[in-house]
Ligand binder design. Structure first.
Ligand code: SAM
Ligand code: DTB
Ligand code: SF4
Length: 337
């Protein structure tokens, strides 16, 4: 039985990351089976509840006010409208609903009170409710927990060494402090990063090292492939190869065996076979719905078809409670294998 370790060294992680790719996938698939049901994949839906106009300078992000992108600024949505979207997501088979806001940090104002109401409402629907709102204080994390927040997403994005080339308006330590505030409030931690930002292999290993040596591993680790957006400094970045995605996912799976490893942004440019390799390598969660926050994502029907072809089943909310069977049962989906 593999053990859960928080003392991985960079050298150990590099050796795993650089092992022959088919051996790497085999090892990750083996570890995956020790801790998780390999057929089970969590289906999450994202909603941008406050879009664009962000004061930060994250080089990849279409929502930063300083870059000229096609994203239309939208103030915080109304609670009822958000709950309607959550209900729709639930009906299409999602069990986790994640609300994102283009904020640097949460402020103690009326908008935050509104977000707390959204959290309460989504929780009542029986979905796992997640938010990604930027930096949080301990007190704000406690308030979100009281409102029923299940998980909080705050990505490290890249290694500490590469961070300054991507974001200058806050520090790596700010990110880690927020993760600590989330952890102390007993909220499930979701933290991962992006590949394709122009980082080196050492940067990828550095990020995985930081995540896997936190006092507790994040419960959820999103691996995003950069979606290059026109108008951002990274618009011209070349596409990452599926093998790089597979190596990241497999390494994350091996060093953080119990985490949900999420195949996040970038799926629109991957076919079913490529995504199957990622599931084989231990990915066990996706975002569903034709939009991530502002960029396109595969539509629900094509994902339902993929689940049927690959014999995957959506994971239930909180691992119990109401069953989400709809996602895999659509009469039109033909197994095209
Ligand atoms: N403003 C908050 C923050 O930065 O924490 C929450 C929203 S922010 C859009 C959430 C995450 O989305 C970022 O940390 C980043 O990892 C990811 N992201 C943003 N733009 C992306 C892109 N173009 N491609 C891939 N991932 C992206
Ligand atoms: C994460 O790691 N990826 C999601 C979620 N957490 C919030 C966001 C991806 C955003 C991709 C760019 C966009 O759609 O704006
Ligand atoms: Fe703002 Fe978040 Fe985008 Fe950075 S990633 S610019 S903090 S919305």
């Amino acid at each position: 039985m593999s053990e859960i370790r928080n003392n991985w060294t960079r050298e150990e992680i590099a050796a795993i990351y650089n092992s022959p790719v088919l051996e790497l996938i085999y090892r990750a698939a083996t570890v995956h089976r020790e801790f998780n049901d390999p057929q089970e994949v969590q289906v999450c839906t994202l909603l941008s509840v406050k879009t664009g106009g962000c004061p930060e300078d994250c080089a990849y992000c279409p929502q930063a006010a300083r870059y000229h992108t096609d994203v239309k600024v939208h103030k915080l949505m109304e609670v009822e409208e958000v709950l309607g979207k959550a209900q729709e997501a639930k009906e299409s088979g999602s069990t986790r609903f994640c609300m994102g806001a283009a904020w640097r940090e949460v402020r103690n104002n009326r908008d935050f009170d509104k977000v707390l109401d959204m959290v309460k409402g989504v929780n009542k629907l029986g979905m796992e409710v997640c938010c990604t709102l930027g930096m949080l204080t301990e007190e704000q994390a406690n308030k979100l927990k009281e409102a029923g927040l299940y998980a909080y997403n705050h990505n490290l994005d890249t290694s500490e060494e590469h961070y300054g080339d991507i974001i200058s308006t806050r520090t790596y330590k700010d990110r880690l402090d927020t993760l600590e505030n989330v952890r102390q409030a007993k909220i499930s931690v979701c933290s991962g990063g992006i590949i394709g930002l122009g980082e080196s292999m050492e940067d990828r290993i550095g990020m995985l090292h930081t995540l896997s040596t936190l006092p507790e591993h994040p419960e959820s680790v999103p691996v995003n492939a950069l979606v290059p957006v026109e108008g951002t400094p990274l618009e011209e970045q070349p596409r990452v190869s599926v093998w790089e995605m597979v190596r990241m996912i497999a390494t994350a799976r091996i060093i953080m065996p119990k985490a949900m490893v999420r195949l996040s942004a970038g799926r629109v440019r991957m076919n079913t076979e490529e995504q199957a390799l990622c599931f084989m390598a231990g990915a066990n969660s996706i975002f569903a719905g034709d939009k991530l926050l502002t960029t396109p994502n595969p539509n629900v029907v094509s994902d339902q078809e993929m689940f049927q072809v690959l014999n995957l089943k959506p994971r239930k909310a909180f691992k119990e409670g109401e069953e989400a069977v709809k996602f895999q049962q659509i009469p039109s989906a033909q197994a095209e294998a």
